[in-house]
Design a protein around this ligand. Structure first.
Ligand code: ATP
Ligand code: MG
Length: 230
C-alpha cells in the first residue's frame, strides 16, 4: 500500500485545563475517504482543525507525507461571500478557465453571475465545494457540510463529492452525524468518543448494501455504548 498522506500518532489537544482530544491515532491513505462519526463534543472537529493546520497539537505526532500538502475545509455553514457573484466566490475575481470548469463540474455553469442569496441550499454547498477545489487540494476536509440539506439534495451531494474525489484521486475526511452517510461515502469509519478514536471499521465502500447496513449497525452500537466510568 502507498505511504499515508497524513499520520496521527497519540495526538492530544488541550485548551487550558480542558482536554479536547487525547490519544488519537490513525492514518489516511491517498485517494481514501474516511468518516469520523460519534457523539457531539467527542473531538471530531478538533481532529479536523489539527489536520488542516489551523491549530497545533499539544502533544503527539502529526506528519504529512508531503510537507506542502494542500488541504481545504468545507463546513456546514458554507461561508460564502454574499457580495460576490458565484464565479467570484470561487475565483475571487480571477477569470480563469479553471473557475468555469469547476462551476460546470458542480452543475453551476448557468448560475455563474448569480449571488449566493439567489441560490438554494444545495447550490450553495456545491459552490462551496467548487471553491474548495480551486486550489487543487490533495486532501478535502468535510465538517458536516451536508447537515443542513434535505434528504434528496443530500444524496445528490454525496454522489457529487464521491465522484469528484474519485476523478481527482482526492483523499477526504468526512465528519458526519449520519452513520448511513458515513457507510455510503467512506472506505472506512472511525468512531470518535470522549476525545479518542475508540473503534474503526474495515473497508466498507463497494461491498454492497448488506455489508454497508451491517457496518452502519456496528458503528451505531459503538457510538451508543455508555461510557465506561472508572
Ligand atoms: N477552542 C476551544 N476551547 C476550549 N474547548 C474547546 C475548544 N474547541 C473545542 N473544545 C472542546 O473540545 C471538545 C471537543 O470538541 P469538538 O468541537 O472537537 O467536538 P465534535 O466532536 O466536533 O462535536 P460536534 O459533533 O458537536 O461538532 C468539546 O468538549 C469542546 O468543548
Ligand atoms: Mg464538530
Amino acid at each position: 500500500m502507498a505511504e499515508p498522506i497524513v499520520t496521527l500518532q497519540s495526538i492530544e489537544k488541550r485548551y487550558g485545563a480542558r482536554t479536547a482530544i487525547h490519544d488519537v491515532s490513525f492514518q489516511l491513505y491517498p485517494g481514501e475517504t474516511v468518516a469520523l462519526v460519534g457523539m457531539s463534543g467527542g473531538g471530531k472537529s478538533t481532529i479536523m482543525r489539527l489536520i488542516a493546520g489551523l491549530e497545533k497539537p499539544t502533544s503527539g505526532r502529526l506528519a504529512y507525507r508531503d510537507p506542502h500538502i494542500v488541504t481545504r475545509v468545507m463546513f456546514q455553514n458554507d461561508r460564502l461571500l454574499p457580495w460576490l457573484s458565484v464565479q467570484d466566490n470561487v475565483g475571487f475575481g480571477l477569470r480563469d478557465p479553471a473557475v468555469t470548469e469547476l462551476l460546470a463540474a458542480v452543475g453551476l455553469a448557468e448560475a455563474a453571475d448569480l449571488y449566493p442569496a439567489q441560490l438554494s441550499g444545495g447550490q450553495r454547498q456545491r459552490l462551496a465545494l467548487a471553491r474548495a477545489l480551486l486550489a487543487q487540494p490533495q486532501l478535502l476536509l468535510l465538517d458536516e457540510p451536508l447537515g443542513a440539506l434535505d434528504a434528496l439534495t443530500r444524496r445528490n451531494m454525496q454522489d457529487l463529492i464521491m465522484r469528484i474525489c474519485a476523478e481527482r484521486h482526492l483523499s477526504s475526511l468526512l465528519i458526519t452525524h449520519d452513520v448511513q452517510e458515513a457507510a455510503r461515502m467512506a472506505d472506512w469509519i472511525i468512531v470518535v468518543k470522549d476525545g479518542t478514536n475508540v473503534y474503526q471499521t474495515a473497508g466498507a465502500k463497494g461491498q454492497g448494501p448488506t455489508v454497508v447496513a451491517s457496518v452502519g449497525e456496528d458503528v451505531l452500537q459503538v457510538i451508543l455504548q455508555p461510557a465506561v466510568t472508572p
